[in-house]
Unconditional design. Structure first.
Length: 268
């Protein structure tokens, strides 16, 4: 069970404290602070993350999904299939599903695309046995993706796992970077940050106006293709290494920790 979910004793005892612990001033949460702070207040007041999300998305005017209690997911029906068939998202009271719902609000077309691809894979291959490369990649994206638009020189350093060059020598080049933490499990972990938290970077095309959420959402909905995802087009990034995100990262030695900032493995 993911950390931060409904208390084990009784659902009606949930007070929303796990949501109130989110520090929206952290640099990785700042882009989510609006409407995140208001959503926390509503969830606590209503005693329900799902109800708060429905109040938030009802103003979007874009035929949003509906958030429902986890208990409405029928036994034996895959979570992704249920969402695809009914446009209802089973939601627990806690950090994990809170951030999932927040991402549905910010990037609805990308989330629908991920769900449609998951449902298509389930229809073709069923839900038993191994997920397969496409479903694995879809899950990884949904839970852990970091969206990055960056100059070629930074992307090359990331691919080479040249962490000192990427985050120290090229620090000035980060002024031209746009970065979005998309994965809701990744956001959940960062409520209580620790050095080894690692996201999986998916590169945003240079032609996209990545600072426009609607444009980025539309591009993702087109770019997320099964064939591309099957190739695992991700690069790992310990996110607290992002320049300016963590006080200890101001020193070069921070990136010399090979247990976190691992060198690239040479293929045999």
């Amino acid at each position: 069970m993911a950390r931060g979910l409904t208390c084990e004793n009784a659902a009606d005892a949930w007070t929303g404290k796990v949501l109130q612990d989110i520090d929206w001033s952290r640099p990785w949460f700042v882009p989510w602070g609006e409407p995140g702070t208001a959503l926390v207040q509503d969830a606590v007041a209503l005693g329900s993350v799902a109800q708060a999300l429905n109040r938030l998305t009802s103003t979007s005017g874009d035929d949003p999904v509906v958030f429902v209690p986890q208990s409405e997911l029928p036994a034996g029906l895959a979570y992704e299939d249920f969402i695809f068939q009914q446009r209802r998202v089973p939601t627990r009271d806690g950090l994990h599903d809170f951030f999932n719902g927040l991402c549905w609000h910010r990037f609805p077309h990308a989330k629908r695309r991920l769900n449609a691809l998951q449902a298509g894979e389930i229809a073709r291959n069923g839900i038993r046995g191994a997920r397969g490369p496409v479903r694995d990649a879809l899950t990884l994206f949904d839970e852990n993706a970091v969206l990055l638009q960056a100059p070629d020189v930074l992307w090359q350093a990331l691919q080479e796992r040249d962490w000192v060059r990427l985050c120290v020598d090229l620090r000035e080049a980060w002024r031209d970077v746009h970065l979005v933490l998309f994965g809701h499990a990744l956001l959940e972990k960062l409520v209580q940050p620790y050095k080894s938290i690692t996201g999986h970077v998916y590169r945003i095309d240079a032609v996209v106006d990545a600072r426009d959420d609607a444009a980025l959402d539309a591009w993702l909905a087109e770019d997320l293709q099964a064939a591309k995802l099957a190739t695992k087009p991700f690069e790992p990034l310990p996110v607290l290494g992002v320049p300016g995100w963590w006080a200890d990262s101001d020193v070069r030695d921070f990136y010399m920790d090979s247990q976190v900032f691992r060198p690239r493995r040479e293929k045999p």
